[in-house]
Design a protein around this ligand. Structure first.
Ligand code: SF4
Length: 368
């Protein structure tokens, strides 16, 4: 296939739906890891058209959703310092910290700038030598190479007024945490195609073998998702648990070596607290000691107290696959995109935002 529209072909989709119905004999619960996959499933009506005995649950692959309250408080603290320019991807601005959001303090005068690339932040640092420029480096393995490159670039250029507040998280430890949960209901995973484009598929073989779960690396278009679901169910029905690659047009088993090298050059593995889920050991990246002068936590001696999460938000249960967004009592009432209670209603990859915008729940319920 050559054009994007071919991955959205209705007749091909019909054939996949028919085949999924034909091969499925038992109820199965599948988790798509990535919020981009969740949005595509909901926006394209796939959840409504799958057989009722296939349950899709929505995983933690939304960087905005899993960035902890404490880290957002760190970003807010930095942005409130007189000489700091805090740069961030746009979605992070509306996520509530323990008190405020970055957007609220921006409105009150803090120098918070929305960027599309951390390399822009390096340029801002170059143009503002009297200021400290901090990039809020969130995301999964997908954004880590560009954030690492910004540090390498600053180092090469001799720029000393640049640093990053790293809050990277990594997928495989989170999958293991979900599978180890005593309430776990996940039978198989659709792994995130773009994460695997960077990291490859090697990390998933031990997980599939240890927990006896199929893992199918899957893309984001409707036909990608339907093919990934079909491949997963074929394995489940045969009692297999292999790693397969539906997204072969982008993912190599070994991943993208230069991108992985840049991650290894700048970061070290660390424990990370995931919003809604809690501490997962060895599940994040932090700037390593070789580049510690670019680590905002070191540069600003950050020692923020641990911030409690809002107990009214059930995002943790949603990201563990135990609940769906429409089961949250706040959905569409207290919690809407324009006044979110939790991060999954903010992010363009959040499950709650996907259901709010595309599921028809709002149109069907006039009280929302
Ligand atoms: S609807 Fe709002 S409060 Fe409920 S889980 Fe989603 S983000 Fe959290």
């Amino acid at each position: 296939m050559k054009y994007l529209s071919e991955y959205r072909d209705a007749e091909q989709a019909r054939l996949y739906f028919n085949e999924i119905r034909r091969v499925t004999t038992k109820p199965w619960t599948l988790m798509e890891i990535c919020g981009g996959q969740t949005h595509s499933l909901v926006r394209n009506g796939i959840l409504d058209l799958l057989p009722k005995y296939i349950t899709m649950v929505h995983g933690p692959g939304c960087p905005v959703c899993v960035t902890s309250v404490s880290v957002i408080d760190e970003a807010i603290y930095l942005a409130q310092q007189d000489n700091v320019i805090l740069c961030s991807f746009g979605d992070m601005l509306r996520v509530p910290g323990s008190g405020k959001s970055l957007l609220e303090i921006k409105v009150k005068g803090a120098d918070v700038r929305i960027l599309y690339s951390p390399l822009e932040a390096v340029q801002i640092a170059r143009e503002n030598p009297g200021k400290e420029v901090v990039f809020f480096a969130v995301g999964f393995e997908t954004t880590a190479p560009a954030n690492a490159l910004s540090v390498i670039q600053a180092h090469k250029l001799g720029i000393n007024n640049y640093s990053i507040l790293a809050s990277h998280v990594t997928v495989p430890p989170a999958m293991e945490a979900l599978l180890s949960d005593k309430e776990n209901k996940i039978d198989a995973f659709l792994a995130a195609g773009h994460v695997c484009t960077i990291m490859g598929t090697e990390e998933y073989y031990p997980i599939a073998a240890k927990y006896k779960v199929p893992v199918v690396v899957t893309g984001f278009e409707p036909l990608d998702l339907l093919q990934g679901i079909l491949m997963t169910i074929l394995q489940l029905e045969k009692g297999e648990y292999k790693v397969e690659n539906q997204y072969a047009r982008s993912v190599l088993r070994e991943g993208n070596k230069p991108a992985k090298d840049s991650i290894q050059e700048v970061f070290t593995i660390t424990d990370r607290t995931w919003r809604g889920i809690g501490l997962i050991s060895s599940s994040g990246y932090e700037v390593n000691d070789n580049y510690k002068k670019y680590n905002a936590r070191v540069k600003f001696s950050l020692a923020m107290p641990f911030a409690e999460e809002n107990n009214d938000c059930i995002s943790g249960d949603i990201m563990k696959g135990l609940k769906k967004p429409l089961q949250c009592p706040n959905f569409g009432g207290r919690c809407k995109p324009e006044h979110p209670v939790g991060a999954p209603m903010v992010s363009s990859e959040g499950a709650c935002a996907a259901y709010y915008h595309y599921s028809g729940a709002v149109e069907l319920n006039p009280t929302i």
